[in-house]
Write a protein that binds this ligand. Structure first.
Ligand code: SF4
Ligand code: SF4
Length: 207
């Protein structure tokens, strides 16, 4: 024989449940009514393009130097080494004045959008764009080679972040020198001669 004890619900629980239910329905209807008269906030993409904030980080792209028109990538492979899912592959092409990326591929379908590649790039060659506009049902279209990465860079607006700006931002500020500390030269200078004469002699005037 089982020794389980079953407790019966109190007699008033049915009324309480009904009140909870009515309260929930009233709250939900209130929210519906409130939103019925609000302006819609949905953006009808792609007919209407949304303005992205400056710090939006979307698609990855390669850049050209704005002054010389040369590729910024020097093929150093730092982005390849740092990429956690190893989706970047770079081959360096050595040249007399500077190096280039002979090939550069990025498997965007496996990218984590962690931005580490952007952070380590010494020449701001790889950046993130203010767009995500690359929806496709074909995975192969997300395997980006050097030309496609450059064309994305020309097509969309760059995000605020570049490797150099991010590194500047993350550099700890230098501590200011204490106000009472004397400059080293002043501390090493010999004491003034008796009578107030300058022991060093006449000084050159500063221009
Ligand atoms: S954002 Fe991260 S995961 Fe994507 S390519 Fe760059 S380092 Fe790799
Ligand atoms: S994108 Fe930047 S980090 Fe990557 S290979 Fe080119 S220069 Fe080096």
């Amino acid at each position: 024989m089982g020794s389980e004890l079953r407790t019966l619900p109190p007699a008033h629980s049915g009324g309480t449940e009904l009140m909870t239910l009515v309260g929930a329905v009233v709250r939900a209807m209130g929210a519906t009514l409130k939103n019925l008269f609000r302006k819609p906030i949905t953006v009808h993409y792609p007919d209407k393009e949304r303005k992205y904030p400056n710090r939006y980080r979307g698609l990855l792209a390669l850049t050209y130097d704005k002054e010389t028109g040369e590729e910024n990538c020097i093929g150093c492979r730092l982005c390849e080494y740092v990429c956690p899912p190893a989706v970047i592959k770079v081959e360096m092409l050595k040249s007399e004045k500077r190096n280039y990326a002979k090939t550069f591929s990025l498997e965007l379908y496996a990218c984590e959008f962690c931005e580490l590649c952007v952070q380590v790039c010494p020449t701001d060659a790889i950046v993130m764009m203010k767009s995500f506009d690359m929806a496709t049902a074909d995975r192969r279209e997300m395997l980006l080679d050097k030309d496609r990465l450059h064309s994305i860079g020309l097509k969309y607006e760059e995000s605020w972040a570049t490797g150099n700006k991010l590194r500047d931002m993350q550099t700890p500020p230098k501590a200011p020198a204490p106000a009472h500390a004397k400059p080293a030269a002043a501390a090493a200078a010999p004491a003034a001669a008796p009578g107030g004469a300058d022991p060093v002699g006449p000084r050159a005037e500063t221009v």
